[in-house]
Design a protein around this ligand. Sequence first.
Ligand code: BDP
Length: 680
Amino acid sequence: MTDAMLRRIIFAILFACIVSPAAVAYSSGEGLWLDHGGEGVVEVKFDVRKLTPTLTEARNAFRSRWTGDHWRLNVSLKGPKSLGRDGFEIRNRGEEIDLVAHHELGVLYGVYHLLRLGVSGQTIPDYLREVPAYDLRMLNHWDNLDGTVERGYAGSSLWKWEDLPDSVSPRYEAYARANASVGINGTVLNNVNASPRILSADYLGKVKKLADIFRPFGLKVYLSVNFASPMALDSLSTADPLDPAVQKWWQRKAREIYGLIPDFGGFLVKANSEGQPGPMDYGRSHAEGANMLAKALRPYGGIVMWRSFVYSPIDADRAKQAYMEFQPLDGKFDSNVIIQIKNGPIDFQPREPYSPLFGAMPHTQQMVEFQVTQEYLGHANHLAYLAPMWKEFFDYVPSTSIKAAAGVANIGDDPNWTGHPLAQANWYAFGRLAWNPQLTSDEILSEWIDQSLVSPCEGTAEVKNTLMGMMLKSRETVVDYMMPLGLHHIFAFGHHYGPEPWCDVPGARPDWLPKYYHRADSEGLGFDRSPSGSDAVSQYPEPLRSQLADIDTCPEEFLLWFHHVPWDHKMKSGRTMWDELCHAYERGVSQAVRQQRAWESARLDVDSVLFADVERRLMTQVRDAQWWKDACLLYFQQYSLKPFPADVTLPVHTLEELREVNLGITNFESPSASLLNTKR
Ligand code: BDP
């Protein structure tokens, strides 16, 4: 027996589960799911010519964190080409493990895979092979250069632009490591509502610094660009993509960027959307705009991710507009352009059907954009584990039909990174699903809980089950108390936190107001998108189109999305639509209360700081759930003119009181409206 083996046995005895607490150390939450030390005695043997920074990171990660009972890891880069840049193979050879990749990044991902299995106490299979579903697994930061984060609820931006490039925060490396550990390999640093300044020489120097820090972790840097940058930065008189001077400007800019960052990923573009400049300002199409940028990046291998989130102030139903603008352009985009499409046709609502653009452009590369930050799901106050929502998308859109996945990050400079401590699970889940969309929500959550909340040892199975149940249901809970049965966008104007189905803002675009979406009247509720209404259903392929078009076959979770439904319409449960609506809101509130109880039962099993933090947020959530229920039901009741069903508890607020709740338009931080506090 070697010394290392002996040391390991002694260590294992000392630190066996029975003597160490099961709660994963949390303190500030800064360590994310990586807060585990191993014994530090495992050997890592490399069959390589040179230990690069990436391989060194892999070795250090394995040495310091391996908790399994193998003595040695043998690493080789002689794996087959079919493993690509990121794939790996693992062979369990009893006391040793072989990790084989074709590229050093495969080694890094392989190590993190092993560490995950180790912490979860899972057996390493005799053989396993992993190759990610997508080459691009991206985070999009909506971070502004002034340090604010659009729709960010976890403090300020992680990027300290003022201090860069001279001074660097240790969190940059920690961020890159966390991403690598879940397979995320691209980051767009700045807001899609992009400041042209990000492309100035000054800022590019700062971006280069971040790219250098991220490189060993396989994390490529991308930037959101403002289409009018040539005008803003260099006083060109136009940003017309067909103008040779504009094309030259972008070509020169690309050369400058790649001179600094040879592996720069490319551009993300929000154009002709919500007031952003774009090619249509010059009578050119999205394709002409995107291709102009793509040509500038092509010599260096860069890509353009062109967003399809557009809705012009025209009469057409907003849900139809992205399709109307983009579908006719199918086949017109260059091969290094990918159209980045939000999962649903409106805007990251708690539940949306998938965007019909997916699958409707067979000659164009497409990628999905999910929102990890909870703009429409209770910000950092509400618990909503989002993997089930993203899985729902993949139920309709085959994962193989798209090229990549992006997630709008929920990360800020809060010590725990994500505001709500349990929202770390969403960052984690996004990465795992972008690697492998076939994973189930349960599998991902189980891994995350093992690493972040309760270590799997004897006696922790029950608490883990309780937490799993609580988190798995959490997104559906939010849907129930906010917008059940396909209701959508009935948020208060501006901050997208609380309910305001009555909202009227003089002069605002109709499709920014709740009434545009819920259409409550004496007949019923919901948006008629059937052929007798806006006919948005016609954008979906058969047989789904007919299924959605018929009020009797449309899935009930999308009923009010696609139909204006009479209050008395019979639901599958036998109840009327009004009664069903009341029950959904009621269920949402009671489920929020149940979440509190579930968490309470874990008091002694999770870290105490973490416990108190989540406890406080769950309390706010219950209060808000009641607020949503009362506001929506009392408001809709004015139209249904029906009583609440006998088994639904009566509202605790009055509509008049709730109309007074004013959370302000922007920068919404604290929802602790005193009115709501006193009522529960
Ligand atoms: C909406 C957000 C807005 C974003 C926009 C977008 O409210 O802040 O700029 O989407 O995705 O959800 O461009």
